[in-house]
Design a protein around this ligand. Structure first.
Ligand code: ADP
Length: 263
C-alpha cells in the first residue's frame, strides 16, 4: 500500500521507516505543528502495546518556524555517531529538527532550493532506526518547496490541517493539487481551533464554522477530527508536554487518538 506514492525509493532514504505521514497546511499559524506532535504521541500510544512495535518519529521540516522540539520538550543537541545524527527522544518518540542543529541566535533566511537540498541531505543522515510511522511537519504553504519535500522524503499520505474559516478552503485546495501532482494520497483533514467549549455543552465558534467540512469535501477526503480551541493545548505546546501526554483523557486528546486509529 502506498508504494506508488512520491517518486523516491523509500528504502534508499529511510530504510527502516514503514510509513511516512506528512502534516501540511495552506498557511502558518493554523496549528500544524500542534497537530503533528499530538498525532505522533497518539500514534505511539496506539502502537506501543502491539507485539511488533518499532516506534514513532517526528521530523520537523518547518524551518521557518521550527516549533516541534519546543513542543516535544527536547532541549538537548543530538549526538553524532558514525556520521549519523541520533534523534533525541522524549515520551518515547524520536524527534529531529533542523532547529536542533542550528544556532538559535542566527536566523535562517533560506530560499526554496536550498531548503530542499538541506532537508534531503539532512534526512538521509538521521539514524531513525526502525519506525512504524514517521510524522513529517511540512513548512506551511503549498509551493515548490513543499512539493519537492514530499517527493524527496517519500511521503505515503498527507494530513491537511485547516481552521473553520471559509478562506482556508481555497488554500487547502491548492495543497490538494500539489499532492495530486506527486501522487500522494490525502488521508484526511483535521480542523483545528474548531470551537471553544463554553461549558454545559455550549460551543462558541470563534473562527466560524464549516472550514474543515468544506475542505474535506473539496479534497474528496474525510474530515478526521475537530480539535477545540483550548488553553491547555497552547500551554502544553509551550511547556513541551503535548496535551495527548499531559491529559490523555481530555476531549482534544481523544480526538487525536481517534485520528491516530484511522491513520
Ligand atoms: P503552525 O504549525 O500551523 O504554525 P502551531 O502549531 O505552531 O501552528 O500553533 C500556533 C499557536 O497556536 C501555538 O502557540 C499553539 O500552541 C497554538 N494552538 C494551536 N492549536 C491550538 C488549539 N487548538 N487551542 C489553543 N491553542 C492552539
Amino acid at each position: 500500500k502506498g508504494a506508488a506514492a512520491g517518486s523516491t525509493d523509500k528504502t534508499a532514504v529511510m530504510p527502516g521507516v514503514k510509513k511516512i505521514i506528512a502534516v501540511a497546511s495552506g498557511k502558518g499559524g493554523v496549528g500544524k505543528s500542534t497537530v503533528a506532535t499530538n498525532l505522533a504521541c497518539a500514534l505511539d500510544r496506539q502502537l506501543r502495546y502491539q507485539s511488533d512495535y518499532k516506534g514513532v518519529g517526528i521530523l520537523d521540516c518547518d524551518i521557518y518556524g521550527p516549533s516541534v522540539p519546543l513542543m516535544m520538550g527536547i532541549g538537548s543537541r543530538p549526538e553524532i555517531e558514525d556520521e549519523k545524527i541520533i534523534p533525541p527522544k522524549n515520551y518515547g518518540i524520536k524527534v529531529m529538527s533542523m532547529a536542533l542543529l542550528i544556532d538559535e541566535s542566527s536566523p535562517v533566511v533560506w530560499r526554496g532550493p536550498m531548503i530542499n537540498n538541506a532537508i534531503s541531505q539532512f534526512a538521509k543522515h538521521v539514524a531513525w532506526g526502525e519506525l512504524d510511522v514517521l510524522v513529517v511537519d511540512l513548512p506551511p504553504g503549498t509551493g515548490d518547496a513543499q512539493l519537492s519535500l514530499v517527493q524527496t522524503l517519500p511521503v505515503d499520505g498527507a494530513l491537511i490541517v485547516t481552521t473553520p474559516q471559509a478562506v482556508a478552503v481555497n488554500v487547502a485546495r491548492r495543497g490538494a493539487m500539489m499532492f495530486e501532482k506527486v501522487n500522494v494520497p490525502i488521508i484526511g483533514v483535521c480542523e483545528n481551533m474548531s470551537y471553544l467549549d463554553a461549558g454545559e455543552g455550549r460551543r462558541v465558534h470563534i473562527f466560524g464554522e464549516g472550514g474543515g467540512q468544506w475542505t474535506a469535501e473539496a479534497l474528496g477526503a474525510p474530515l478526521l477530527g475537530q480539535i477545540p480551541l483550548d488553553s491547555e493545548i497552547r500551554e502544553g505546546g509551550d511547556r513541551g508536554v503535548p496535551i495527548s501526554i499531559a491529559y490523555p483523557d481530555s476531549p482534544a486528546a481523544k480526538v487525536f487518538q481517534t485520528m491516530a486509529e484511522t491513520i
